[in-house]
Write a protein that binds this ligand. Structure first.
Ligand code: SF4
Length: 381
């Protein structure tokens, strides 16, 4: 079920989402700009923007195999880092000038160990990301971000000060507010945009300069406001889980007659459901607090589960959700634990939940369709 949006703005997002080295990045590089690449959404894009660099969250979109990375990563590793490192070995991330990693999980940490030895990126560093969200951890993370800023100043000769950070926070908060406006439209009985289309829009927010992105998104909102909207679906679904950056996965689900109208994904609502505090006199402290404690957290933050469950429950209520799908990449322990805990809560809440494992690259489509159809029939019965 796709709305088939007729909008140049949407076409731009669709293109951006279907490539890694996007037109935006090519233009940016063409003008002599530097690109800061990263994997995990804990990377404050505001720091790259304030440094005059383009933040690009690296995906493995278009990857067709792991023939090179198989020499470094085992078949028991998550398929996202395996495909991503394969692309790095093939030189498809050579447009990246600075690569910033976090110990988001052991699989990504292993990629770092190989990246520093195999890939010739001018600047590569891994920073420590806390697993708890209390004052001590926020201060710790502020220290890590301070080190990152010092490195960028030294390595790229950029100016990176509080005024620049405060300005970047405002720009990225505008992105967050605009995306929340987009999600508000999905609360309607007949939303103007499908889940797959919406994922293309949110993924693009991690691959374009904030100022440019905000302009295009404002145009899309204009194009959508007042549209008739999609027909009433068989079910309104929420999708949750970890790294999902391929709209085709949601399209396969929605082609069974349902509509994904909300999510708890790290390329989705978790990126923008809250704002960074613009009034904090210390913008780096505000960023540390936001990325460690304020925004809806990643499942790796084990002490924050109750907050995440409350967040999902709020989504179910606010978006009038009928059921949910929990997707996770095979071998992802972090979302394995989360899936187990959520399954218990959904049983208690008496909200239907379908748990599915998948590979990073879209496949086993027949099985996916069959399972979603069976899930929808169970809900209808
Ligand atoms: S999906 Fe899980 S295992 Fe894979 S990179 Fe993300 S956190 Fe790590």
């Amino acid at each position: 079920m796709q709305s088939g949006i007729e909008s140049k703005a949407f076409d731009r997002f669709s293109e951006t989402c279907s490539a890694v080295f996007t037109d935006s990045a090519a233009q940016w590089k063409g003008q002599g700009g530097k690109v800061l690449g990263y994997f995990c959404s804990a990377m404050p894009e505001e720091i790259a923007t304030a440094a005059g660099m383009l933040p690009v969250r690296l995906r493995a979109t278009g990857s067709d195999g792991t023939e090179l990375s198989d020499s470094f990563l085992s078949s028991l590793n998550c398929t996202f880092p395996r495909h991503a490192f394969n692309m790095a070995l093939k030189g498809e991330y050579d447009f990246v000038d600075a690569m910033v990693m976090f110990n988001s999980c052991d699989h990504i940490r292993r990629v770092y160990d190989h990246w520093v030895r195999q890939i010739k990126t001018p600047y590569v560093k891994i920073f420590s990301l806390p697993k708890k969200a209390e004052a001590a951890q926020i201060d710790w993370f502020r220290g890590e971000l301070d080190q990152l800023c010092a490195d960028l100043r030294e390595h790229f000769g950029v100016e990176l000060d509080d005024a620049g950070l405060a300005k970047a926070i405002k720009q990225h908060n505008l992105t967050r507010r605009l995306l929340r406006r987009l999600y508000d439209l999905r609360k309607a009985e007949r939303p103007p945009i499908s889940g797959a289309e919406c994922l293309a829009v949110t993924v693009s927010s991690t691959a374009m300069a904030a100022a440019d992105y905000n302009e295009v998104l404002e145009q899309l909102l204009e194009d959508l406001e007042g549209s008739d909207g999609l027909p009433r679906p068989r079910a309104r679904l929420l999708v949750m889980g970890g790294e999902l950056d391929d709209p085709r996965y949601l399209k396969e689900i929605e082609d069974q007659g349902c509509l994904v109208i909300a999510d708890s994904l790290c390329f989705g609502s978790r990126l923008f459901w809250k704002d960074v505090d613009e009034n904090d006199p210390d913008p780096l402290q505000a960023l540390a607090r936001y990325y460690v404690a304020d925004r809806p957290s990643c499942a790796r933050m084990f002490t924050e589960y109750d907050k995440r469950a409350a967040y999902v429950r709020e989504m179910i209520r606010d978006f009038d959700v009928d059921g949910a799908i929990f997707e996770r990449l095979t071998f992802c322990e972090i979302y394995g634990f989360e899936q187990y805990s959520m399954a218990n809560d959904f049983k208690e809440w008496q909200v239907p939940l379908l748990c599915m494992d998948r590979e990073y690259i879209l496949g086993a489509i027949g099985q996916l369709r069959t399972r979603v159809q069976a899930f929808l029939e169970t809900m209808e019965n």
